[in-house]
Design a protein around this ligand. Structure first.
Ligand SMILES: NC(=O)c1ccc[n+]([C@@H]2O[C@H](COP(=O)([O-])OP(=O)(O)OC[C@H]3O[C@@H](n4cnc5c(N)ncnc54)[C@H](OP(=O)(O)O)[C@@H]3O)[C@@H](O)[C@H]2O)c1
Length: 232
């Protein structure tokens, strides 16, 4: 149990699936109260059934809608921590053939959505709290066909450093995952060649968020959880 999270109110945007859901479970197991928000977060997920009902609430939110963001904060009030794990729909494509309109929608979801959400949330997050965003290995290592995510992820990491200074003493950090569920099995198998030599569990990644939320002296950093992918 990480006592630093006991009774803390944590909003997780993108918490209905994958990494965000794993962060939600870990946070509740560490005594936090979790608010999950995403487009389909209308009803309690079976994956949360073994956790106390009184420690989780769900809200529908499309992160690209300023109106929905504003309504959400009216309802939930003040929080201690904000975590964003939204994933845009974007297919891998060579730069020459990228559909720029789809690339812009991906930016709206994963970059401008959180950007605006933070502008709105800064007045709703306690001073001793934090914001944790999500980037990804493509922001650092160049993979052919992944340029849109590369640009979004590196912009997110730069935004983190800017906000760590401009919003201080509020802390702002990023987690950069390598490859984990729900990536296709062949990609997960490929990832066993990285130095860590195993397929990452969602829990391996979620624990990086918990560490950043709980540690009052970490800000402006990127916590890389990629099994060493960027080194080879
Ligand atoms: N999995 C990996 O291997 C990997 C690797 C590198 C980086 N990442 C990054 O890690 C983050 C989490 O990825 P994941 O693999 O865990 O994704 P995931 O399982 O697909 O979950 C994505 C979450 O984002 C929510 N979402 C999508 N669009 C949204 C919108 N417009 N407004 C609000 N919520 C929205 C989804 O819920 P709804 O559908 O209900 O809206 C869902 O809860 C992403 O930023 C991804 O780029 C993942």
């Amino acid at each position: 149990m990480n006592e630093a999270l006991r009774d803390k109110k944590i909003l997780i945007v993108g918490g209905t699936s994958g990494i965000g859901l794993a962060v939600a479970k870990n946070a509740v197991q560490n005594g936090a109260y979790v608010i999950i928000a995403s487009r389909n977060a209308s009803k309690r997920l079976p994956a949360l059934n073994n956790l106390p009902e009184s420690s989780i609430e769900m809200h529908v939110l499309d992160i690209t809608s300023k109106e929905e963001q504003s309504r959400l904060f009216e309802v939930i009030g003040v929080i201690d921590h904000l975590v964003v794990t939204v994933r845009p729909e974007i297919k891998s494509a060579p730069f020459q053939t990228i559909d720029i309109e789809k690339a812009k929608i991906a930016f709206e979801t994963k970059f401008w959505g959180p950007y605006h959400l933070i502008q709105m949330a800064q007045h709703h997050i306690r001073e001793a709290g934090s914001i944790t965003l999500t980037s990804g290995i493509a922001g650092e290592k160049i993979y052919k066909g992944a340029s849109t995510m590369a640009l979004i992820n590196s912009a997110t990491e730069t935004l983190c450093r800017i906000l760590a200074v401009e919003l201080a003493p509020l802390r702002v950090n990023v987690v950069s995952p390598g490859f984990v569920e729900p990536k296709p099995q062949e990609i997960l198998e490929y990832a066993t060649r990285f130095p860590a030599g195993k397929i990452a569990s969602l829990d391996d990644v979620a624990k990086a968020y918990i560490g950043l939320l709980a540690n009052p002296y970490i800000t402006g950093t990127v916590s890389v959880v990629d099994g060493g992918a960027r080194l080879i």
